[in-house]
Design a protein around this ligand. Structure first.
Ligand code: OAD
Length: 241
């Protein structure tokens, strides 16, 4: 174990409140493509055609086909040791830990994390564009595209698209966790999408020590005391013992 890892392990042990923000990178080792970087979804798809409310209004069929395809990939994926280490951390720390994710894949839940603030929604939920009801919806492949609500209106994925606000309750929880954190773990995110990335600055200004876990550099590494360059599935199990 390197001194850096030892040191971070000690900080994990000593901190009374830890917040972790995860991004697509934590699910990369489970076989789910990230958005940016080599093989990233935004290298082959245009977000403005698939992940905006205007795109959905223009072509709900196309948008749903894309989510249907992503559901297929996610359905086949299993949580990896990185997800499982964060679930263990929650078990160890109880209320002294808060997990915040930008991911919609549900793999933190499958790994056993009980309380996850999902800032960008959940691919396994739908929201009715008519009556507004939100329900779990795990059908894949979809029988009809786009799916319809019992009220007759179109269902949409209950995810956050570009130009939409984050869910209020989850965001409030995330801000509260950022403010309270003594240690903030930034895991598998390019940290370029706001407001989520702003949580690191918030935590840092409140005095949190910051650790970045990512094979690549991020624009927020300058705020970090630890920048551990490597896959989350290898590093997290070593710092959560
Ligand atoms: P990105 O695709 O922007 O970034 C993924 C990050 O994971 C990169 O910094 C990679 O270096 C890193 N990474 C890759 N493999 C990793 C591994 N094994 N372990 C740890 N890190 C690894 O994904 P996000 O930052 O999650 O939003 O993107 C943020 C938001 O932008 C997403 O929630 C999505 C997207 O557009 C919406 O769709 C609203």
């Amino acid at each position: 174990m390197t001194p850096d890892l030892d040191d971070l392990r000690a900080a994990v042990r000593a901190s009374h409140f830890i917040a972790a923000l995860t991004g697509a990178g934590i699910s990369a080792e489970s076989g789910i493509p990230t958005f940016r970087g080599p093989g990233g979804l935004w290298r082959s798809f245009r977000p403005e055609e698939l992940a905006t409310p205007e795109a959905f209004q223009r072509d709900p069929h196309l948008v749903w086909e894309w989510y249907n395809w992503r559901r297929g990939i996610i359905r086949r994926a299993e949580p990896n040791p990185g997800h499982r280490a964060l679930a263990s951390l929650e078990r160890l720390k109880g209320d002294g830990f808060r997990l915040i994710t930008q991911n919609i894949d549900g793999l933190h839940d499958s790994a056993g994390s009980r309380h996850v603030a999902k800032l960008h929604g959940d691919i396994w939920r739908v929201r009715c564009t008519g009556c507004g009801s939100v329900t779990r919806h795990e059908e894949v492949p979809l029988r009809s595209v786009p799916p319809l609500c019992a009220c007759g209106a179109l269902l949409r994925p209950d995810v956050v698209w570009f130009g939409e606000p984050l869910p209020e309750l989850e965001w409030r929880e995330a801000v509260d966790a950022g403010r309270r954190a003594q240690l903030f773990l930034l895991i598998g995110t390019s940290a370029v999408v706001y407001p989520a990335a702003g949580l690191v600055e918030l935590a840092r200004s409140g005095g949190a020590r910051v650790a970045v876990i990512n094979p690549e550099a991020t624009p927020l590494d300058h705020l970090a005391e630890w920048a551990l360059r490597g896959p989350a599935g290898e590093i997290l199990p070593q710092i959560v013992d």
